[in-house]
Design a protein around this ligand. Structure first.
Ligand SMILES: [Zn+2]
Length: 241
């Protein structure tokens, strides 16, 4: 399959992730590139992050607040303008009508040219929130563009031009992120409460932080190679919205 490289820099972009840190893993370098080029970037986090710890005795109210602070810090590093927290219970996200209306509202309010989200069709993924967050993005776009969905919202319909699915089941689009990978790494490291559970940074933080950064740089190099670039982020791209 031929790989397309680089969308035109969008005026407005909206990235939707299940959890704090998912967007940075999936498309952090692309968002950093676009925001530096003038794109208005909005991030939307579907869940409250309340299961994102291996500590069985954690104070969950404090954890939710901490994860939102970390997400705002990460957004600032990427140059994003807004973060919207939908605060559904972590691990219990579904893709029914109520959360679909919430995502539809975010799309109608943010009015993005490009939406980025989890690929709902990625095979053999076990975390249900990623699957449901992906479905909420596709069903939310369909609702946002058509006036007879959720008219009680009283917001004009909005049809984005392109959807980029991150961590994709098939890759047909690559964004050139040469020079932006370190912003992605810095944004991910802002999620300090996730170092142990998702970044394998624990008892030897200096060594393990460096190993984490190396892993992300080599992933970006490998993706870039597929498209003749020095660094890339991979997507499944849908233009027919
Ligand atoms: Zn996640």
């Amino acid at each position: 399959m031929t790989l397309a490289v680089d969308l035109p820099v969008p005026g407005r972009a909206l990235a939707i992730g299940a959890h704090a840190d998912d967007i940075e893993f999936g498309c952090g370098a692309t968002l950093a590139k676009w925001s530096a080029a003038g794109t208005h970037v909005t991030m939307c986090i579907c869940t409250d992050g309340s299961k994102g710890t291996w500590d069985g005795d954690a104070d969950l109210g404090a954890l939710i607040a901490l994860r939102e602070r970390e997400q705002r810090d990460a957004a600032a590093i990427l140059g994003a303008h807004d973060v919207v927290f939908l605060r559904y219970v972590d691990g219990e996200l579904d893709s029914g009508l109520e959360p679909r209306a919430a995502v539809c509202r975010v799309i109608r309010e943010a009015r993005p040219d490009v939406v980025l989200g989890h690929d709902p069709w990625q095979p053999y993924r076990i975390h249900p929130d990623h699957y449901h967050a992906g479905l909420l993005v596709t069903s939310g776009i369909v609702a946002a563009r058509d006036p007879h969905f959720f008219p009680e919202q009283g917001i004009a319909p909005h049809r984005p031009s392109t959807l980029l699915c991150f961590e994709p089941g098939r890759v047909d689009h690559v964004e050139n992120v040469d020079g932006c990978v370190d912003h992605k790494i810095d944004a991910l490291l802002a999620h300090r409460s996730q170092w142990r559970s998702t970044m394998a940074i624990d008892d030897q933080p200096d060594v393990q932080r460096a190993a984490f950064a190396d892993k992300l740089r080599s992933e970006a190099r490998a993706t870039g190679l597929r498209a003749g670039l020095r660094a890339g982020e991979a997507f499944a791209r849908i233009d027919d919205l």
